[in-house]
Ligand binder design. Structure first.
Ligand SMILES: Cc1ncc(COP(=O)(O)O)c(C=O)c1O
Length: 395
């Protein structure tokens, strides 16, 4: 049975996967190639170069995987710590906890700092946990830059300072899955040793490519790491032959899309991309500042400065049916939004505003969400959409 055609566009406002620009769609629309075709080499080289530019690193090596974010999480764990060795995961929400659980499933020992709901990573707690690790067992601090579930972005520079203040040799690993191509990030300047990301959020591509940038210090740790591994192994992936860097066949069409997306970002300019995301996030936040006056929805992130430019998490009062809200927004108003994850299931919904977006799209999204809230009788303050309009008009 085919469903009836929906006129117009359905807006995708999950915080990943995100909408694909036409240039990315077109770039992917090619026949696969023989692995010896020089276009394959050129594409892989362009993607590696583009990612280094986006991550702002001169020295790190880039490893590409046919994998999602969980895949590159696993690669970090397998290359930096052997079973039984320790990793520190600072709490920032569902994604930091999921990474910790994955590492525990792989027999790594996890040291956690507590997650305060609605707040970013507590750098002082990171420093204390590293000071408490007197025999310096912790191999790396695994920090999620933007926790996509809580909509909170943490201060990576503060975490770097915490590691240095504790005089601990642990590496700093940053998960920039949800922040790269949206929020300012500069790997080398921040003193990040390993950065990992995925194709489907700020990079405006379909899911399926994960990547990791590794500096010399982290590479030296990986070279000594006795953990048994093969597919994820950074050392094994160093090769002059481009397809061998994938431990097999590269995801060619996705990589053509990624090359196109990286060149869109380069052409717009990183500073302009960051400013656009800040502006659009500001418009969504302006709408929520209006809605919250109805008393039933509110910002989840308590600290305004740490509210993500990629995604906004909106807490709802008990009794609000988040699944019904999402279904109404999607089916009646053509705006797909995300639900709460982990401990926020049923307690929050999320509006993604990253990637290929602009003012008109964001205004459409907030208007669709407001219409869905009103259609379900969820009290919202007057003027949410108008505040978003005014915010954009004034900016
Ligand atoms: C910050 C962050 N890290 C990791 C992941 C895991 O990525 P994936 O769903 O591609 O496995 C996600 C997914 O949304 C994420 O938001």
């Amino acid at each position: 049975m085919t469903s009836p055609r929906i006129p117009g566009r359905r807006f995708l406002h999950s915080p990943g996967p995100t909408p694909l620009p036409d240039a990315v769609l077109h770039a992917m629309s090619v026949q696969p190639m023989d692995l010896a075709d020089p276009r394959v080499d050129a594409n892989i080289e362009a993607v590696e170069r583009g990612l280094k530019g986006l991550l702002q690193t001169d020295s790190a090596e880039v490893f590409l995987y046919a994998a999602n974010g969980h895949g590159v999480w696993e690669a970090v764990i397998e290359n930096l710590a052997a079973p039984g060795q320790a990793l520190l995961v600072p709490g920032t929400g569902h994604f930091s906890e999921s990474w910790a659980v994955q590492a525990e499933a792989l027999s790594r020992r996890i040291v956690r700092t507590p997650w305060r709901e609605g707040w970013p990573i507590d750098a002082a707690a990171v420093e204390q946990a590293l000071r408490d690790d007197r025999s310096q067992q912790v191999q790396a601090v695994l920090a999620v830059h933007t926790d996509t579930a809580s909509g909170v972005t943490s201060d990576l520079a503060a975490i770097r300072r915490a590691i240095d203040a504790a005089r601990h040799p642990a590496l700093l690993v940053a998960d920039v899955v949800a922040s790269l191509g949206a929020a300012p990030f500069a790997m080398d300047a921040l003193g990040v040793d390993v950065a990992l990301g995925a194709s489907q959020k700020g990079l405006m591509c379909p899911p399926g490519v994960g990547f990791i940038a590794v500096n010399g210090k982290a590479m030296a740790v990986a070279e000594q790491c006795p953990a048994p591994r093969f597919y994820w192994d950074w050392v094994r992936r160093r090769s002059e032959v481009s397809y061998r860097k994938f431990c097999g066949t590269p995801p060619q069409n996705l990589l053509f899309g990624l090359e196109a997306a990286l060149s869109l970002i380069e052409r717009e300019g990183l500073a302009a991309v960051w400013a656009r995301h800040a502006r659009l996030a500001g418009a969504v936040q302006a709408a929520i500042a209006g809605w919250r006056e109805g008393g039933m929805v509110d910002f989840f992130a308590q600290d305004a400065a740490s509210r993500s430019v990629s995604v906004t998490t909106i807490a709802v009062t008990a009794g609000v049916d988040v699944d019904a809200l999402r279904a109404t927004a999607r089916e009646r108003f053509q705006v797909a939004i995300a639900g709460g994850l982990g401990p926020l299931t049923g307690r929050a919904f999320r509006i993604g505003h990253l990637g290929d977006s602009n003012a008109a799209v964001i205004l459409g999204a907030v208007a669709g969400v407001e219409a869905a809230l009103r259609a379900l009788g969820i009290a919202v303050g007057e003027g949410g959409v108008q505040r978003a309009v005014r915010y954009l008009a004034a900016d």
